[in-house]
Design a binder for this molecule. Structure first.
Ligand code: MEV
Length: 311
């Protein structure tokens, strides 16, 4: 890459369909990419630099620059200026930091080598950024974004690598994503759960174990293209997340609203807490989106599995 050439890379957002939090303790999770995400543009320059978006200030700015620095080093310091554009709501449990990491990793690797990197190479560099953002994440977010496919993910405690299986789906599965409001950071929610789990490890392990079983069954539901089964698993998973103290009145209200609209299933997605995003599977997600938008709700739809040409 030289002169005025530019490189563009996309990092999709993600939803965890089943298994958030349990995945941090080594249990399985099922996740899928969204059609919205972050796009990075890189152009040749004297030295690597990230143009931080205006809205990102203070600690968040420092963290973003430190994460970018880690990725630059891991990618061999290609001399590019990188700018970011996002159509993903930030800090909602939709993998915005993973999407930034993947978009940056893509352009840095492509600038360094002159060829399009593989999903695995992208995941390796994005992981350096995710660790700066989150400390000790499970890795499910950036892996889903880097592979841009539904995945069954498991990283057993102390394992160097995760077991990652892409999950094919014969049918188009479309989700509605409803934004509920601000939430604490993932780091805070994960740490608060860690404190409860450390106090009562056996009881928490029983719930994580059941959530892991739901993720395993969910993989089969996606492989069979069965939204009714997947929806039922999502409903159960939401109940268990609430049992772990990860839901709130506003999240539960959104879940019940979506079920009343005819959802096969609805649950919080990501870390949870006071707000964030709630997801629901519908026969016709776009019709529900139109109805809810008319009533003033903030929501969007995204295909999460099925033939790629329909994305
Ligand atoms: C974050 O999207 C999901 C959590 O399970 C944290 C993680 O996997 O690192 C809450």
């Amino acid at each position: 890459m030289a002169g005025s050439q530019t490189v563009t890379g996309f990092g999709p957002g993600k939803v965890i369909l089943l298994g958030e939090h349990g995945v941090v303790y080594g249990y399985p999770a099922l996740a899928a990419p969204l059609s919205v995400g972050v796009t990075a543009h890189a152009s040749f320059a004297k030295r690597p630099k990230l143009e931080v978006p205006e809205a990102v200030r203070g600690e968040a700015r420092k963290l973003l620059l430190a994460a970018f620095d880690a990725a630059v080093k891991a990618a061999g310091s290609p001399p590019v200026h990188v700018s970011l554009r996002s159509d993903l709501p930030p800090s909602m449990g939709l993998g915005s930091s993973a999407a930034v990491s993947v978009a940056c990793a893509r352009v840095l690797l492509q600038a360094a080598s002159g060829k399009a990197p593989s999903g695995k190479e992208v995941a390796h560099i994005a992981w350096q950024m995710e660790r700066v953002f989150h400390g000790t994440p499970s890795g499910v977010d950036h892996t889903t974004s880097a592979l841009n496919a539904p995945i069954h993910f498991r990283r057993r405690p102390d394992a160097d690598r995760a077991s990652v299986k892409e999950v094919d789906c014969p049918a188009t599965l479309k989700l509605l994503v409803l934004l509920v409001g601000q939430r604490p950071s993932t780091k805070q929610t994960v740490a608060a759960l860690r404190a409860r789990q450390a106090k009562w490890p056996e009881r928490y392990a029983r719930i994580f174990d059941e959530i892991g079983h739901l993720a395993d069954e969910g993989r089969e539901a996606v492989e069979e293209g069965d939204p009714e089964l997947l929806g039922d698993l999502m409903n159960m998973n939401h109940g268990l997340l609430a049992a772990l103290g990860l839901s709130s009145a506003s999240i539960d209200d959104a879940v019940h609203l979506l079920r009343a609209q005819g959802a096969f299933g609805a649950k919080l997605t990501g870390a949870g807490g006071d707000g964030g995003a709630v997801i629901a599977l519908f026969e016709d997600a776009d019709a529900v989106r139109r109805r809810l938008r008319k009533k003033g709700y903030t929501c969007f739809t995204s295909q999460i599995a099925g033939p790629r040409t329909l994305l």
